[in-house]
Each structure stands twice: as C-alpha cells, then as structure tokens.
Design a binder for this molecule. Structure first.
Ligand code: GLN
Length: 543
C-alpha cells in the first residue's frame, strides 16, 4: 500500500526573530536522523515574488538555490541541516502564489469560475506543498509559515494548513514556536504572550499539536504546566528551547525533550533508525574547542539603526564556522564596516590583529573604496584572504590599480563611464538593466567551471571541474586578463568556454592564501560537509 505523505507545519507566536527557521531545520534534521526522507518548505508572507529584490538589511541574506531561485536565508538553514540541496518548488511567497493564480485565471484555467482569495489562494499553497513533497520523494515535509500568528499577512497560509489538516487528519501536524520573555524587573519567565498567541492561532481554527518554547533559559515544570493548562495541550508536547551559543546544538537539545517521539507518534510513525549520534558528537566537539581563529569580515550590510545585522551574511558566517570546526578551532568573527577605512586610513592596521579576511558579496558603491583598501592591505601584508563575488571583483580592481598600473581601474557597476572597466557588465545583463528587468535576472544558480591544472584550487577541490552557485551581473572584462596575468594574477577557474573568469588566486610564493571566487561557495557548505575553500582558508589562517 502506498504510504501517506506526512506534513509538519511550524508557525511562529509572540514575535519574530526567535529562531523559527533554525527550529524547523533542527526538526527536519532530527526526523532525517530517525530514518525518514525529509524535505522542507519555507513560506514567506511578503508580496515580493522572491527575495532577490530585497536589500539584505531589510530581510537578511538572499540565499540562492542550485536552480537559481533567490530566496530567504532559512532555505540555507534547511540545506545545511539536511545536508541536501533543495529546489525552487520548496519556496513560496505571497507574491509568487498570487502571480501564479492570476496567470492561471488569465489563461482561463479556472474555467469561468469566480476566482476568490479563499479558497483559491490556500488551494494553490496546498498544491505547491504537495507537489514539492511528491517531487522530492519525501515521506515527511516540514513547512515553515513565515511571520507571526495574528499578522494579517500570513492568514492565508494558516488557512492552507488548517485545510490540509482537515483533508488529512492524522497526517498533518501544526506546531508553534513561541517566546517566553524573562523581563529584567520581574525576573520570572512569563507564559502569557504564548497563551495569547495560541488563542490567536485558535481563532484561525488551529489548535497547535506541539509548542516549542523559546526562551533565554530552560523551561521549568511550572511553566510547562501553565502552558499545558492554558493552551490546551499536553505537558509533554511542550518542548523547551533555551538559547544556545551554536544552532548546531539544537537537534541534540530538542531531542532531550523528546521532540521526535512527539512528532512521530502523532503522525503514527515509528523510529526507523537512530542517527542522532552524529549531531551529539558534533555538538560536543564544538563545545570542547579551545583554540580560536580570528576572522575579519569587511562588508557593508551591517547597520540597521543602532543595531548590527549579521543576518545579511549568514551563509558566509556559517561556512566560516564549518571550516573552523573542521580544523578544530573556535571561530571568532570581527565585523568591520568598510566605510571605517575610508574615514580613517590608520584603521587598516587593525587588520593585522586577525588571522584572515573575508570580503563577501555586495552591490553598489557605498564603502567600496574601503574594501579596496582592505584587500590591498592584506595582499601586501600576506594576511590570508578569501573574496566572494563582489569580493573577487574588488580584488581584481585592486590588483589592476596597484600591480598592473591601471590607476583608474574600476567596475562599471560603480562608475558607468570608467575608461578602464576591468569588471564590466555581462552582455546579456546589459539589456536587462536597460529595461529595468531586475527580478530574478542575474546570472543565478549552478554553473560549471574548469580548474587550471596545477593551481591551488585544483589541489583544494581535488577535481578539475566543479559546479558552484552564482548571483551577479558583472564579470572580469576579458580585455584585461592577459595584462593581469602577466603581472602575476592567476585565473585558476573559468567557465567551460573560457569566457568567464570564476576564480583568481596568487601563487603560494607570492602569498600564503589569496583566493577569490565569482561564485558563492558559502551556499554549498554544511556542518558535516564544510566547503573545501573555507576549510583551507581557515587552515592557512591558523598556520
Ligand atoms: N554586484 C556584483 C555583481 O552584480 C557582485 C554581486 C555579488 O556579490 N553577489 O556582479
């Protein structure tokens, strides 16, 4: 008999930013460890069709899937925890759902019916969830509904979850990730916001099957009892989720409260195997690390009001961690706004304090001269350097200006009239820009590259060709390649037709580690499979 597919929805209560995405990822990882085929879906309530048109300081990093979709950073969390690439079927926004329904209506596919927000929007959401689950051959699909219950924006997604639960009783669970504050003046963990969040969820016709209670500290028995009594839920279905210093402790931590037992028994499933040992070992290994590696990240998407937003670079941060853990060191990241160097050149010396520098991706002009100064400093002072996308483009500009004597070299992105565009817009991108065709039109997702024989990258990857994920409109201008090569810059990775330069490096005799990529290796790193470039970068940094 064909087995029913199972669905676990996760909603958020009380407030955003309490780790719903990592909670879903950890749940997915645990269920995978219990022997099930798992997939995960993220639903975002905003009207943007994808995340590509949003500034990272608005909504955090834009993650790119192998098939080119620009999506929410949580998709990155799922991939890292599941150690699996997910397709674009697994991501949707209000915008993408409406776009599809409207296109279908225009094509007369509703056969003359009145197309209504309810039920047609939730039905389209359900269709997508079922399709993604089927296509990935998953047995259980974990679905994160973005936003917080009570918001106007995500009500249609809650409605989809409610409808699915009615359609497949026994196969659908709906959980809520809540937050229990411990106000300073009160000094006690409060359950009231969770109670009201559950009541709000109730008013959408949903009774949660389990509650993940996020808080600074572990939930005590009294709080569990209170939540149980006032939220109409069994005590054992309340999972304590205290703050942790690494998200990779989560799978093992959640399991202490028996989350897999709760989910599997409610779904009428049994544990098929127990592979959680690998998370336990990983969690213990990171706790025991003593030696530290200090990595500076010079970027431009840190500040939002008075706060610093490291979310803009979450995959880069995680990939550095993976590389560090593999080298048995604790990573300490230091955030530097590139504008600081522009304001005060003397601050460049601070870079000496660090074991390595990462310059991540980015767009636009602000802070870019500071980036060039930082790259110049670490190149001359032989501090390990890893450049990612924009980071590679600025490394090429820096090299052109200082080593190849092209003093006014620039990227056309910043100076459209530059006489020396060592980084230029790709031909097919130019047209798109002229037509203001911005959404989902960059060079996106997987592209193959060949690696130069005898190069450092060939040694690192142990391969002669690779596939990596991209997100850019500009490229190294082929007209300048020869000149840069003659001055010692090595183009060690290129597209199979040799037209696009994908990796630059300096020979070992010139620098211990100076390497940059046009692609984003950070999107393909996971705790159990660190990306080789990050692994080697950290290795050299500690040396
Ligand atoms: N702004 C650059 C480009 O579009 C780099 C993009 C990036 O870093 N992702 O080519």
């Amino acid at each position: 008999m064909k087995k029913n597919k199972k669905y676990v929805f996760v909603t958020g209560g009380v407030m955003s930013g309490v780790g719903k995405g990592t909670t879903c990822s950890a749940i997915a990882a645990i269920l995978k460890a219990k022997g099930y085929q798992i997939t995960a879906i993220k639903i975002d309530p905003y009207v943007n069709v994808d995340a590509g048109t949003m500034n990272p300081t608005e909504h955090g990093e834009v993650f790119v899937l192998y098939d080119g979709l620009e999506c929410d950073q949580d998709m990155g969390n799922y991939e890292r925890f599941l150690d699996k690439e997910l397709p674009q079927d697994n991501y949707m926004t209000t915008g993408s759902v409406y776009q599809h329904v409207i296109e279908k209506e225009r094509a007369l596919k509703y056969r003359g019916k009145c197309v209504e927000v309810v039920p047609h929007i939730p039905l389209e959401v359900i269709r997508r969830i079922e399709k993604a689950t089927r296509k990935s051959k998953a047995e259980i699909c974990v679905i994160e509904i973005g936003g917080t219950v009570g918001e106007y924006q995500n009500i249609l997604f809650l409605e989809a979850a409610r409808m699915m639960k009615i359609k497949y009783p026994g196969d659908v669970l709906i959980g809520m990730v809540s937050y229990l504050p411990i106000p300073d003046k009160v000094g006690e963990m409060k359950t009231k916001p969770t109670q009201s969040a559950v009541r709000t969820l109730n008013s959408a016709g949903i009774q949660p099957d389990f509650i993940v209670a996020r808080s600074e500290r572990t939930l005590d028995q009294k709080r569990k009892e209170k939540i149980a009594t006032f939220c109409n839920i069994a005590e054992e279905d309340v999972i304590s989720a205290p703050d942790v210093d690494s998200v990779y402790h989560l799978p093992f931590n959640f399991e202490k409260d028996g989350i897999s037992r709760i989910i599997l028994s409610k779904l009428n499933l049994k544990t098929k195997q127990n592979d959680l040992g690998k998370w336990k070992k990983f969690s213990q290994a990171i706790k025991s690390l003593r030696k530290q590696v200090d990595i500076a990240i010079v970027g431009k998407y840190f500040n939002t009001g008075e706060f610093v937003l490291s979310d803009s670079y979450i995959s880069v941060i995680e990939a550095i961690k993976h590389g560090a853990y593999r080298n048995k060191v604790k990573p300490k990241l230091h955030w530097i706004d590139s504008l600081d160097f522009e304001k005060d050149k003397n601050r460049l010396k601070e870079l000496r304090k660090y074991d390595g520098l990462v310059v991540p991706g980015g767009f636009g002009e602000r802070g870019t001269e500071g980036i060039v100064m930082a790259i110049n400093f670490v190149r001359i002072n032989k501090i390990p350097f890893l450049g990612l996308c924009y980071g590679m483009q600025w490394a090429v500009v820096e090299y052109a200006r200082t080593m190849a004597g092209i003093k006014d070299a620039n990227t056309r992105e910043v100076d459209p009239a530059t006489k020396n565009p060592v980084i230029d817009i790709m031909i097919d991108q130019k047209k798109k820009m002229e037509q203001s065709d911005y959404g989902g039109t960059m060079r996106l997702g997987n592209y193959p590259a060949r690696l130069k024989k005898g190069s450092i990258v060939e040694k690192i990857y142990q391969k002669s060709s690779i596939v990596e994920r991209h997100r850019h409109r500009y490229e190294v201008n082929p007209k300048y390649i020869k000149k840069l090569q003659d001055k010692g810059l090595v183009f060690s990775g290129y597209s199979p037709d040799k037209k696009l330069m994908e990796i630059i490096e300096l020979e070992k005799k010139d620098h211990p580690f100076f390497l940059a990529t046009q692609f984003h290796p950070e999107f393909k790193s996971s705790p159990h499979n660190p990306h080789p470039l990050f692994r080697e970068f950290i290795k050299t940094a500690i040396e």
